[in-house]
Design a binder for this molecule. Structure first.
Ligand code: GTQ
Ligand code: FE2
Length: 378
């Protein structure tokens, strides 16, 4: 196709509210094209929509199918220098085949076989791990071995050295979240390889990391150390504390003392114990518990989220799409798409018989730039 026949020019010349096509007008558009100029009036609807129209679409990945493929990768694909991690990213079908769950967020299932090491490296990308199943892997962050068990949330701010090693006799899978797409689009990335093999002193398997011994006591901070700028100094938010916080909110609600965000919906945000703010500058993490039979109010928010179904089962609605979800499933909520969940009866570990959802989002970016907006839908 020649330049003069490009659809954008033909569309532009024949757009509504535009003068009739004349040789002079045609010549003007040809001039724009040759000088690499684009007039606003041909692009306004796409560039300045009345509300966000994300190219990302709502999508659900089933845990069973993901895990089966991760297991196959464990048998067939080695982990080591170069590839660095056996991590398999969720690729949102609206984002052109890129390994992006949303326009800003990377989400992946990472799989490590017994005895395997993922080599040390560091990068500007902020990252976390959330354990959906299993135990026996230690992530070594800045020389501090941190245990990973089901329900644990492990933030790891950018530019920290990290390696993972599986000290158990069984494979382990977990969820990774990073701000890879965001740092890609703003060209912020730096990356460096560390040692190929971690030392024996780092291969120990303590139940609590040094970071937890220092920072893991509610409301108390050590005077002996200054917190790291850039992210939370606490490297593991253990499940027992998250679970207890949610249980206590629901107990208060039952006693008529409130404490929940809405009836039957307890929720917490993971925060930096040194600041009370988000655990990382680009990623927010939360945990939601919706008791059996309860429903959340439909809400629209700027920014995108990825959810992991930690336990229970229910129905999730994102925009025009509704899914039945169950333990381990992962799904995406794009910017400004109405979102609600309903918790349903099902077999579950949590004593409330609730739908338990881990969520991460790019909200800190939106809040820092004053682009955050929330609306109750319905
Ligand atoms: O575990 O260090 O999913 O560097 C993507 C990039 C995990 C990691 C990912 C990473 C890692
Ligand atoms: Fe990494």
């Amino acid at each position: 196709m020649s330049i003069s026949d490009s659809p954008s020019r033909l569309e532009a010349v024949s757009a509504p509210h535009q003068p009739d096509v004349t040789p002079a007008l045609d010549d003007l558009y040809r001039g724009f094209e040759q000088e690499l100029l684009i007039p606003l009036w041909t692009e306004i609807g796409d560039l300045m929509p009345v509300h966000p129209r994300s190219k990302a679409v709502p999508h659900l990945w089933s845990w069973d199918r993901l895990l089966r493929l991760a297991e196959r990768a464990g048998e067939l694909v080695p982990v080591g220098r170069g590839g660095e991690r056996r991590a398999i990213a969720l690729a949102n079908p609206g984002l052109g085949g890129r390994p992006y769950a949303t326009p800003t967020l990377w989400a992946a299932i990472q799989y490590l076989m017994p005895g395997e090491d993922a080599p040390e490296h560091r990068h500007s990308q902020h990252a976390f791990r959330f354990v959906i199943e299993g135990e026996g892997v230690w992530t070594v962050v800045g020389g501090d071995p941190v245990p990973m068990n089901r329900g644990d949330f492990l933030p790891q701010a950018g530019w920290n050295w990290h390696a993972h090693h599986n000290a158990a006799s069984t494979p382990m899978a977990w969820l990774d979240g990073l701000d890879v797409p965001f740092q890609y689009v703003v060209d912020a990335q730096f990356y460096e390889n560390g040692r190929d093999v971690i030392s024996d002193a780092e291969r120990i398997t303590p139940e609590r990391s040094r970071s937890e011994l220092l920072w893991g006591h509610p409301g108390l901070r050590p005077l002996s150390v200054a917190p790291e700028p850039g992210g939370s100094p606490l490297l593991n938010y253990k499940w027992e504390f998250t679970n207890q916080a949610l249980k206590d909110q629901l107990t208060l609600e039952k006693g008529g003392f409130g404490g929940t965000v809405e009836p039957g919906h307890a929720a917490i945000r993971y925060v930096n114990p040194a600041t009370g703010g988000d655990v990382m500058s680009t990623i927010r993490a939360e945990f939601h518990r919706v008791v059996r039979g309860a429903e959340t109010a439909p809400v629209l928010e700027t920014g995108s989220s990825v959810y992991a179904v930690f336990d229970g089962s229910g129905t999730v609605t994102v925009g025009d799409t509704t899914w039945s979800v169950t333990r381990g499933d992962l799904f995406v909520v794009p910017s400004w798409q109405e979102f609600s969940v309903r918790s349903e009866a099902g077999s579950t570990d949590s004593d409330e018989g609730a739908l338990d959802l881990f969520r991460f989002s790019d909200s800190p970016i939106f809040e820092a730039l004053h682009l955050n907006r929330t609306e109750i839908g319905g």
